[in-house]
Each structure stands twice: as C-alpha cells, then as structure tokens.
Design a protein around this ligand. Structure first.
Ligand SMILES: NC(=O)c1ccc[n+]([C@@H]2O[C@H](COP(=O)([O-])OP(=O)(O)OC[C@H]3O[C@@H](n4cnc5c(N)ncnc54)[C@H](O)[C@@H]3O)[C@@H](O)[C@H]2O)c1
Length: 312
C-alpha cells in the first residue's frame, strides 16, 4: 500500500525514522515540524538531512497550533501525528503550559482540520505514560489509565480527543501507546542516549532511584512498523500497546552497554524523580492479534545499533 502521508514531528527521533521508511515504501510524504527547543535544532536538522533530498518528501516548517492546516491536508491519505513535547521530568511547573499547547491543543487543532475530510487513517503517537504507576503488570489496553506525570496527562487527554473525534465525526483514529523507544537518533534527554554519552566521555551516569526500575525498551524500527501496520487495520477507534513484553532493568542496560563499548560505567545514584514510574511492561497480545505486530530487534542488537550510530 502507498499513498500520501502527513507526518507531524518529522524532524524528531521517531518521526524521522517513520519518514525514512515511508519513502522507502514509495509513499509521498509531507513532513511538518517547527523545531521546538526541547533539544538542539542542529540534531533535528540532521535527522531530516537525507529526507529533504528526496523528490517525494516535502518539508513544512510550521507550528501545528498556528499553521493553515486545511491547506496542507487537502490531498493527504494518512496522518501520522507524532509531534509533541515529550519527557516526563520537565512537565512540572511553568513548563506544563507548553505541554498543554503542543500535546493537547495541537492535537485538537489537527483533529478539527481533518474531521470533515475523507482520510484513510489518523495514527496517533500515544505513550505508556498514560498507564501511570500501575501495580497491574503487564499493562493492558483495558486497564484504567491513571497517568503519574503531567506529561502523561497530556498524552492521555490527546488520546481521548482522538477517540471522541472518532466517535462523533468518524475520524479513523488508531492510537499506539509506545513503550520507551530507543535506537539511532534517540533524543539526548532519554536514558540510553545519556548512558552512551556518559560512558563515552568517562563521565558519571546519573541513575535516578536504585536502577532496578524496569522499562519495556522498544527498538525504533519496530515502532515504525507498528505505525505502518496501523494504516492497514480494517477498523478504527482502537488503542494498541507497542512494546516488546520483555521489561529490562536500567542497571542491566548499563551492563550491556559496558560490554558493547568495552568500558566501565561510573554510576552516581540520586533520588528517583517525581513522575517517574517504577516499571513499564507491555502486554502486546492485542497488537499481535489485530495488527500482526511482532517486535523483531532484541535489546542487545538494538543497543549495538544505537552505540554505532552515536559513534559516527
Ligand atoms: N521516545 C519515546 O520513547 C516515546 C515513548 C512514548 C511516546 N512517544 C511519543 O512519540 C512521539 C515522538 O517522540 P520523539 O521521542 O520522537 O520526540 P521528538 O521530540 O524527537 O520529536 C517530536 C517532534 O515534534 C515537534 N513538535 C512539537 N510540537 C510541535 C508543534 N506544535 N508543531 C510542529 N512540530 C512540533 C518537535 O520539534 C520534535 O521534532 C511523541 O508524540 C511522543 O510523545 C515517544
């Protein structure tokens, strides 16, 4: 299947990989991003440096909350909405306003623009952070979402907006709850990037809490594949976990990186951060059954690819 896709957040970590894959599959891609300053614009420009040389890619440097959206979605078949202000720890205090604007208002504005248009799918990048600090593991789509961070609240609010535009206006929405995504181009504020940079520089790694907290690390190409499978789903209005079902402790990730990089890590333990959950663990049986999703890259292999990419 091919067509014309709009990818919001195309200059970000996951969005840029999704654009790569869509172009490889012969889609026409319109990418929108306004380079919000959650991390360096230089890295984001580098993420799209290959994309912009393709004749099937058009880049739009616009903010979703202000752009003339109807003009850009006129002939779009599928929307992948990945633009957001991510990150749990920064979402407290004054900056919550930016989370509301970029995560909730931006999503509402995009849904308003598409609600009377005939599109095939609207795939929303949701997050495991909607579950919160649940004692119920593995996390299942039928569990009551109870976010533990302001960021998680904004991702759940946007996911709910997607669902109500599906119910009221039949916008064909599919929400994918990504679990800790890693791989080349990972955001510099995320754990694996921080660990690799610190080991490389022989600098101490700040470990929040005791390091036994587990995350369901998911390789970025698997997340991209889940997005493409979501387009092929014959129905809409569904929510899916996109993870591996194999949670791993942070200290174990550091141990694997030490092995790959041939260097010991220096650890500095500090108290766990407000909003950080203890463990995440995806039940992916629904994605497996309805999407045909199966993660293909194991943690050691994926970490090796990320280390190699960050050495370049
Ligand atoms: N990385 C993860 O582990 C993870 C986990 C769960 C969910 N997600 C979700 O996946 C999506 C992509 O995450 P990422 O890690 O690639 O983040 P990222 O910060 O690398 O990419 C997001 C991009 O969106 C752009 N953006 C933000 N607000 C915008 C606006 N108003 N208009 C236009 N562009 C805007 C940013 O400039 C950025 O380039 C996000 O929605 C995030 O919440 C990510």
């Amino acid at each position: 299947m091919t067509g014309k896709a709009l990818v919001t957040g195309c200059a970000g970590f996951i969005g840029s990989h999704l654009c790569d894959e869509l172009l490889r599959r012969k889609w026409e891609v319109v990418g929108m991003d306004c380079f919000i300053d959650n991390y360096s614009k230089k890295l984001k420009v580098r993420n799209i440096s290959q994309l912009v040389s393709s004749s099937r890619f058009r880049f739009i440097d616009e903010d979703i909350t202000k752009a003339p959206l109807s003009q850009y979605i006129k002939d779009i078949d599928v929307i992948f909405h990945l633009a957001s202000l991510p990150g749990v720890r920064e979402s407290w205090g004054e900056s919550f306003n930016d989370y509301v604007v970029n995560n909730i208002l931006a999503t509402q504005r995009l849904l308003e623009a598409v609600k009377d248009r005939d599109i095939q799918k609207f795939v929303y990048a949701s997050s495991s952070s909607v579950y919160g600090n649940t004692g119920m593991l593995p996390m299942k789509e039928i569990h009551l979402p109870r976010p533990f961070s302001p960021y998680g609240v904004t991702k759940l609010a946007a996911e709910n907006l997607c669902h109500l535009y599906y119910k009221n206006y039949a916008v064909p929405v599919v929400s994918l709850r990504y679990f800790t995504v890693y791989g080349p181009r990972q955001r510099p504020d995320m754990s694996v990037s921080r660990f690799i940079n610190a080991i490389h520089a022989s600098a101490p790694i700040t470990v929040y809490g005791d390091g036994t907290q587990k995350r369901d690390f998911t390789y970025v190409h698997d997340v991209v594949r889940a997005n493409i499978l979501a387009v092929q789903l014959p129905t809409a209005g569904e929510v899916f976990n996109v993870g591996t079902g194999n949670p791993v402790g942070l200290l174990e990730v550091i141990r694997i990186l030490e092995k790959i990089m041939g260097k010991r890590a220096l650890l500095r333990f500090t108290e766990s951060q407000k909003g950080d959950v203890k463990d995440t663990f995806a039940d992916i049986s629904k994605a497996r059954e309805l999407l045909g999703f199966q993660p293909s890259i194991g943690l050691e292999e994926g970490l090796l690819y990320q280390v190699e990419a960050m050495n370049r």
